[in-house]
Design a binder for this molecule. Sequence first.
Ligand code: SAM
Ligand code: SF4
Length: 266
Amino acid sequence: MYDCFNRNINYLRISVTDRCNLRCRYCMPAEGVPLISHSDILSYEEMLRVIATAVPMGITKVRITGGEPLVRKGIVQFVEKVAAMKGIQDLGLTTNGTLLAGCAQALAGAGLHRINISLDTTDPVRYHDITRGGDLLQVFRGIEAARKAGLSPIKINCVVRSSSDEPDAQSVREFCEKNGLEVRFIHEMSLAEGHFTIVENGHGGDCIHCNRLRLTANGMIRPCLFNDIQFNIRQLGIKEALEAALKNKPEKGTVNLNGSFHNIGG
Ligand code: SAM
Ligand code: SF4
């Protein structure tokens, strides 16, 4: 499907939960955030209906994100159902990797194509500090399990404060080179202040080529991460919300005052 600026929109990112087992400093405050009430969180059936509606409109690529998608119960079965849908050519998942060791094999078996794992440093003490409590060893085990499960490519998302020359980012670059992993450096952004940049080695932040729509865990279709606009699938209907998002997808990102990474999914 084409938007008003002739961009071919074929990519849907779905945040399956706003919950997370970490509190990364650039993403969430230490005390966490007010959570979406359970009745507002979409069921997997509702999410599948959104995908089933979006595919005939032109979506071929889906990425599952969060919050932390692996904390939501039934995620493997959900992946299996999405992977089995006709028309889905590419199914990815973005995770912090801490729970991946226990389910990488199952996710690959369910039909997941590719995985992005967030890793901002290879120093356990720094990792614990940045994530406010995370255990780096769990992430390393998760990466290893993903490799053994045959998930390919494995991409590493590394958030940098000012440049990918920082020591933490350099350590991640070396780790990835040694282990045959692709790394993408994402500059720390502020949606509320409108600070966003192009992802090094990736596609995020590149408005001219943006091909994305997003579905949040509470049923909003958002045409742009860097904008407030959103359309409620429960109020408008799924097709109508998708169409409205397409029609209103801004040419360029500006500021987003009503959403953040942990509830839109990055
Ligand atoms: N919990 C999963 C994870 O961390 O990979 C998936 C959701 S997380 C919100 C998705 C991506 O957004 C992660 O790669 C994370 O590093 C990135 N992110 C979160 N806050 C950010 C910020 N302020 N600036 C840039 N990227 C951010
Ligand atoms: Fe959780 Fe991912 Fe946000 Fe870190 S970046 S707090 S892992 S949602």
